[in-house]
Design a protein around this ligand. Sequence first.
Ligand SMILES: Cc1ncc(COP(=O)(O)O)c(C=O)c1O
Length: 384
Amino acid sequence: MDKPPRQLGLSPATRAAQALRFIDPASGGVTPAIHLSSTYARDETYALRDGYIYAREGTPTTRVAEDLITDLTGGAGSYLFSSGMAAIVTMLETLKSGDHVVAPRVMYHGVLNWLVRLESLRGIKVSLFDQASDEALKNAIIPGETKLVWIETPINPNWDVLDIAAAADAAHAAGAVLVTDCTAAPPATTDALALGADYVFYSATKYLGGHSDLIAGVLTCARAGDAWDELGELRKLMGNMLASFDAWLLIRGIRTLYLRYERASDNALTLARHFEGHPKIAAVLYPGLESHPNHAVAVRQMQGGFGGMLSLLTHDEATAAALVRHVQVFIPATSLGGVESLIEHRKAVEGPNSIVPDTLLRLSIGIEDVRDLIADLEQALDRA
Ligand SMILES: Cc1ncc(COP(=O)(O)O)c(C=O)c1O
């Protein structure tokens, strides 16, 4: 890096596009090299050359990706992981038997399933709150006992927007830390750490990567310290590090994050407005719509757009199940945050224990021409 981009006063979109003005020190390359070596030779005094020892602890390539994410989130440090779930499991591994965790009743089902497992096998106490009620989070916290408050915003798959600042106040008043899963609200729109979260988590598989070609997770801390060091140690011991090749793909994805997010947000808003009130659609769940219950929080908190994630409720399950078979532009696949639009019948993906309505279709809107997306859903609805 030849100049510190933050000190130049450059905006985040510029810092992302230029990957922190990264210039490869060995070659002058304007993209970082991919360091695939698993181990690092010491110098003639047997000292480490640049701090690197073994790729399970990090490589020059993973370092660039971590520094970039730290910069864009305004954090004090970032750890990459081999998947979003690897990051989550590692974070939850810091809890001790008897610790109390608070989390929303509706959220990404993988986290929920892991919390249920921790409760039954590890003696972690878990309280799930109704994410639709402002008071429920506060009421679920037990001062002195709650160690970790986990929130997700916007929440999968109904896209309720949780107030990060209010959650941080409630967590901190009780001596707990707040972890915010902002997978669907990347740094292009939500400054989770500035709003008071202690840690922000992203499944980097989604918007940060942006091309449906890698699996990765990242945790960023607001403040470094013993807890952060412990997390790094756990990542190393659990073998949850991201590989260099994937870190390189992630850097490439982040360079266009702001552009992709803006386009996906514009497309999603247009599509949501088109289908709101449509005779074959019972409801459109999208925080950008004035009718969304958390629209005011979203306007405050999602300053770079409302994102590409929305759900449609059909009038009956048969229509939802048929629609995903009739689409021709939308790809019937799970996941989100890629350049291509995806559609899924969510309950079928989450399985029989899911509390998601069987009429819910989850859409990840990409960067295509929105007219093609709308026409595709219209023809699929006609045939469903
Ligand atoms: C909100 C959210 N959190 C966490 C995850 C888990 O991330 P990964 O699939 O990268 O392990 C996902 C994946 O879909 C997600 O949507």
